[in-house]
Design a protein around this ligand. Structure first.
Ligand SMILES: NC(=O)C1=CN([C@@H]2O[C@H](COP(=O)(O)OP(=O)(O)OC[C@H]3O[C@@H](n4cnc5c(N)ncnc54)[C@H](O)[C@@H]3O)[C@@H](O)[C@H]2O)[C@@H](O)CC1
Length: 463
């Protein structure tokens, strides 16, 4: 609690370097954090006003006494006091409810939350402790009355409510404060991790000056079917723009030859093509499934047996491949495909993407990228929620490009989890760059164009 409160005080100093800070403390440990923050702010010479509910948590009671010892006496928390106190405040700190809140909200608390939001509408910024009051920390449900924060200092780990759905918009800019506490004290909701861009930038491979096309990764894309012949091309371009040295598209369909840098081989049938391809010398990485059509499951099963680093997308995401994944493969379902794989409604996948990604990983093996805004990457050792991206990326072909990006990174030697993590971030960053020019009109090709720039952006933070 001491560490948490100190982190909140530091954030408050940053958000409001001068003026009166009004801290709202509920009866539980979330309120205790607010009382600790008030003590640190007061000792630092700040004008603080504390409105507190009767403390129910022993550490909160202790910190009430410690606050009094530095000369600050909490006032009784009520909607009227809050309204009066918020007038002219430089900052409101919301320590009413944290991870201990369970819906539905009691009416007395609802009135306080309404006052916080009214004060914010009058111009007082709000800093939430751990989670904005009124949000349950776990999987985001339809959000009821909750504090709208400008910033949130979340403690110990990322809570699902701060990452997904409408609830996530209540938190404002979120900063994580990891605490030096025993693992058993970490709230069960603090389940997800996010990676700093610096780490992604550090993992992106550098190549020697004498690199040539044979050393920069040979990638095959197996996909395309009459009517969906563009999909493997988009994957191929994604791979090229992520630095793959040689990209060959294998298809039964005639593919549009939009990029002369892509090599194309048309095959009469997969049963003929696959043994011949295996005998011809396997590539460094494969992308399978983009627009591949009804034979995708058989093709995917055959290529998984090659044990080459492989990304499986779109039509290759079939339930009967459960357990066929190996530790060098990456599955990339969107929520609809994930729902089909798990045999659950799509709403269940979008309702709890973390649990769904874990379940898919256990079912399919290898690494799973559950695509969405944001995407989740799951592997046997971890679960990471990706950063960034842009709503304009909600357009056909975006997933094909991502599959190509993953394949290119696999082909350049990254292990499956790192390839997935780096690819998702690169793709999202490229989308942000493309959105600056195209906004909602951006298409997959625009994102591919920005992949090189996105790589440089991430590298600049990582080295
Ligand atoms: N290791 C830990 O567990 C740590 C926890 N910390 C803080 O502790 C918080 C969790 O503390 P608690 O478990 O005490 O819970 P909270 O303080 O989040 O909530 C408990 C309080 O909320 C009230 N409440 C619950 N449901 C309500 C409802 N439906 N309507 C109105 N009021 C309701 C309860 O009466 C109680 O006063 C975290 O969010 C974080 O801020 C930090 O101090 C750091 C360490």
């Amino acid at each position: 609690m001491e560490e948490a409160g100190r982190a909140v005080a530091t954030a408050a100093q940053r958000l409001a370097p001068s003026g009166r800070v009004v801290l709202l403390a509920g009866g539980g440990a979330n309120g205790g954090d607010a009382l600790v923050a008030a003590r640190h702010l007061s000792v630092a010479g700040r004008d603080v006003q504390v409105l507190a509910a009767p403390a129910t948590h022993p550490l909160t009671r202790l910190n009430r006494r410690r606050l009094k010892a530095v000369g600050v006496s909490p006032q009784v928390l009520s909607p009227a006091r809050l309204r009066a106190g918020a007038r002219g405040a430089a900052l409101l700190v919301d320590g009413l409810l944290g991870t201990g809140f369970r819906a539905p909200l009691r009416p007395s608390m609802e009135a306080l939350i309404a006052e916080v939001n009214a004060a914010r509408a009058q111009g007082a910024p709000v800093l939430a402790i751990d989670v904005p009051s009124g949000l349950e920390a776990g999987p985001a449900r339809a959000a009821g009355p909750a504090v709208q924060a400008d910033a949130t200092v979340t403690l110990m780990g990322w809570k699902p409510a701060l990452l997904f759905g409408e609830a996530a918009t209540r938190a404002g800019a979120v900063d994580l404060t990891p605490l030096s506490v025993p693992r058993a004290w970490v709230a069960p909701e603090a389940v997800a991790a996010r990676l700093p861009d610096a780490l992604i930038g550090f993992w992106l491979p550098e190549r020697p000056a004498d690199a040539h096309k044979g050393t920069a990764g040979r990638v095959w894309v197996l996909g395309g079917h009459p009517g969906t012949a563009g999909a493997p091309v988009l994957a191929g371009v994604g791979a090229l723009r992520t630095g793959a040295g040689l990209v060959t598209l294998h298809s039964l369909a005639e593919l549009p030859l939009l990029h002369p840098e892509l090599m194309v081989r048309r095959h009469p049938s997969w049963p003929e093509a696959l043994p011949a391809l295996a005998a011809s010398g396997l590539p460094d990485a494969l992308a399978v499934g983009m627009g591949l059509g009804p034979e995708a499951a058989e093709v995917a099963r055959a290529v998984l047996a090659w044990k080459v680093p492989t990304v499986l997308d779109a039509d290759a995401l079939q339930p009967d491949l459960a357990g066929a994944g190996h530790d060098r493969c990456v599955w990339t379902p969107h929520p609809g495909e994930a729902a089909r794989l798990l045999d659950v409604p799509t709403a269940q996948v979008t309702g709890d993407p973390l649990v769904s990604a874990r379940a898919l990983q256990a079912q399919m093996g290898g690494v799973v990228v559950l695509k969405g805004g944001p995407s989740v990457v799951a592997w046997s050792g971890g679960l990471v929620v990706a950063r960034g991206g842009h709503p304009g990326m909600a357009t056909a072909g975006m997933g094909d490009t991502l599959a190509g990006v993953i394949a290119a990174l696999l082909g350049q030697g990254l292990d499956a989890a790192r390839a997935a993590l780096c690819a998702v971030r690169l793709h999202a960053r490229a989308g942000e760059r493309a959105a600056a020019r195209h906004h909602y009109g951006l298409v997959a090709g625009d994102v591919a164009e920005e992949l090189g720039g996105a790589w440089l952006d991430l590298r600049a933070t990582g080295r």
